[in-house]
Design a binder for this molecule. Sequence first.
Ligand SMILES: Cc1cc2nc3c(=O)[nH]c(=O)nc-3n(C[C@H](O)[C@H](O)[C@H](O)COP(=O)(O)OP(=O)(O)OC[C@H]3O[C@@H](n4cnc5c(N)ncnc54)[C@H](O)[C@@H]3O)c2cc1C
Length: 360
Amino acid sequence: MKHFDFVIIGAGIAGLLSAYMFRNYKTLLIDKIGILEGASAAAGAFLFPKIGKRSTYTDFINSAILKSFEFYENLGIDTHKKGVLLLPRDEKDIEKFKEYEKDISLPFEKRNGGFFFKDGGFIEVDEVREKIKVPFLKEKITELKKEGEFWRVNDILAKNVILATGYENLIDIPYIKIRAVWGERIEIEGKWEGNFDIFYHKNCSVAKIKDKLRIGATHKRNCLNCKTNEKEALELIQKAKEIIKIEEFEISDIKGGFRAASVDYFPVVGEIIDVKKTLFNQPRIVKGENPKEIFYYKNLYIINAMGGRGFSNALMCATMLKKHIINSENLGKINTKRLFIKWARKEGDRYLRKEKNVKS
Ligand SMILES: Cc1cc2nc3c(=O)[nH]c(=O)nc-3n(C[C@H](O)[C@H](O)[C@H](O)COP(=O)(O)OP(=O)(O)OC[C@H]3O[C@@H](n4cnc5c(N)ncnc54)[C@H](O)[C@@H]3O)c2cc1C
């Protein structure tokens, strides 16, 4: 039986960058389809700042953007960093833009009623796949269980396992509710007018890539049956027409996928909590008491909920996860505990009662 220090399940951008972080260990990346094939295959993959009221969230996103440009460029991946013009969507947005201006932390200039950031670009998913090479196995994982000091992952033994399965669940973690948000992005050929030295973001992003326009993306919640379809692609064209004049077009590519999002939009990274043990030891947590101790499954981690910004968030999350595992550094707002406490206060009582019934 094969042994590894780290096995990462799920080879989207979160899993791939996690495997890259642990490349100096005996590491294996596993996916049932291939590398960057899940939501990651559908991504734009645009990198651009977030504007909004100054918060831990906007700071996290924007810091991830800056680090990502540096990271991808160091690997020789073209970031097409020509800048992005963020435009308000409607009257309400115009007011919001005025309000947000004072809180913008990255360099910008006002342009055409919006904000232009030089820190805007995009990368090609194929180029990321080509430039970041890690040991990989194509296999669907159906079994994950503790065997002595190791985790058994199908027929492989791992000292540490990192779950990076996107919107799909391999194991039931009741307090981490990952929502699947369907999206499509397209490429078109045709005739259009506009300055494409930069790219644009309004209700969607629009960039010129060689002789095509890449337009992304749609957002549809509660739509697990969603599949790529031309009707949704035409919705995107309509949104793009609010930014540039498109005279003729032919859709040359449609890609779709499910983004994984958490209830508070922050990524979810770190150890997985043993809910049963923690709640049985301290049942008063469900009444609002602060936990004195949280029990974790040893050497089992998650990196998930990258939302609509996986190509920047994943780098930040994988870097933090490595520092957490190796140097015990704090994960801050992205840790798993925040979701556990909220869930325990809301649903923990029901969970405990159900578990007690099962026991008796
Ligand atoms: C239309 C669209 C446009 C987007 N545009 C952008 C953008 O412009 N910029 C940006 O940064 N982000 C963008 N995103 C978001 C980005 O794509 C996601 O945040 C990111 O891809 C999530 O990566 P992930 O690794 O978490 O998940 P995924 O890429 O979904 O990877 C999860 C992987 O786990 C595998 N897996 C699951 N269960 C198992 C199992 N049991 N055994 C083996 N393998 C398993 C799956 O096969 C899958 O490959 C976009 C997303 C969509 C859908």
